[in-house]
Design a protein around this ligand. Structure first.
Ligand code: ATP
Ligand code: MG
Length: 249
């Protein structure tokens, strides 16, 4: 069974058709890039999959069940987790505290100040596991606001993982990052996919990252699905080359 299916999905904003008749299937374990010129409809696609607004037409299925029009909180509970353009962390807390709070929230323990010793140990274990997963153990005691932008986004990845995603939607995860931070982030994305089997869709503009990381690539242009395939197929696709001429960031 496919993990995610979109059938004839469209979304309009007034007279503007941000997405038209999109058919898309994502298999479990896939690492899929979503690319396309500015305004192609990539973020809108994520907004529809994560329930931020309903499609104007079409159906969305997750693990074979219809989720069209379901609220974001329900979809998070099902394991559809997204990240945002803006970094969402507690700036005055340390990296470790940020992850600990995320774990408590994910375990439903936020308003239980008198958590027993066993509960506290379970939370600490999980927070440490997340620190390892995103390779931030050496920065555990740093205050989040003092970290470089890229590291803050990586903390956010750790927070995202606390929710145990079955489908992770990453909107430009390396935007605004330097070379080293980008490598760190790309390494994490690859490991989470290969080692933990987390299925991911990621929006990206950097061709080296796209071709180096993605199993498959979906190309949107002007709200339509222009092409889909592996790196070699997309690189050789003339329609894709034409769409990118002059419009690549
Ligand atoms: N909430 C909204 N209300 C009105 N128009 C919107 C809304 N969200 C997106 N749009 C419009 O839909 C089109 C697609 O936007 P979208 O943000 O999905 O593009 P994108 O591919 O993510 O672009 P970028 O690469 O610049 O992030 C654009 O014309 C945009 O202005
Ligand atoms: Mg966007």
């Amino acid at each position: 069974m496919s993990l995610l299916e979109l059938h004839g999905v469209s979304r309009s904003f007034g007279a503007l058709r941000a997405l038209s008749d999109i058919d898309l299937t994502v298999e479990p374990g896939e690492l899929r890039a979503v690319i396309g010129p500015n305004g192609a409809g990539k973020t809108t696609l994520f907004n529809l999959i994560s329930g931020f607004f309903p499609p104007s037409a079409g159906r969305i299925l997750f693990e074979g069940r219809e989720i069209t029009g379901e609220q974001p909180a329900r979809l998070v509970a099902r394991g559809i987790i997204r990240t945002f353009q803006i970094t969402e962390i507690f700036p005055d807390l340390t990296v470790y505290e940020n992850l600990r709070l995320a774990v408590e929230a994910a375990m439903g323990l936020t308003f239980r100040p008198f958590l027993g010793a066993a509960g506290r140990r379970a939370v600490a274990r999980r927070a440490e596991e997340l620190l390892e997963a995103v390779h931030l153990a050496d920065k555990a005691d740093r205050v989040a606001s003092e970290l470089a932008h890229g590291d803050q986004r990586i903390v956010e990845m750790g927070i995202t993982l606390s929710r145990e995603p079955r489908l992770l939607l990453l909107d430009e995860p390396t935007a605004g990052m330097g070379e080293e931070e980008t490598e760190h982030m790309v390494g994490i994305i690859r490991r989470l996919n290969r080692e933990r089997g987390i299925t991911m869709l990621f929006i990206e503009h950097d061709m080296d990252i796209i071709f180096g990381v993605a199993d498959r690539i979906t190309v949107l242009e002007n709200g339509t699905l222009l092409a889909e395939g592996n790196a070699a197929e997309i690189a050789a696709n003339e329609a894709v080359q034409a769409a990118y001429l002059g419009s690549r960031r």
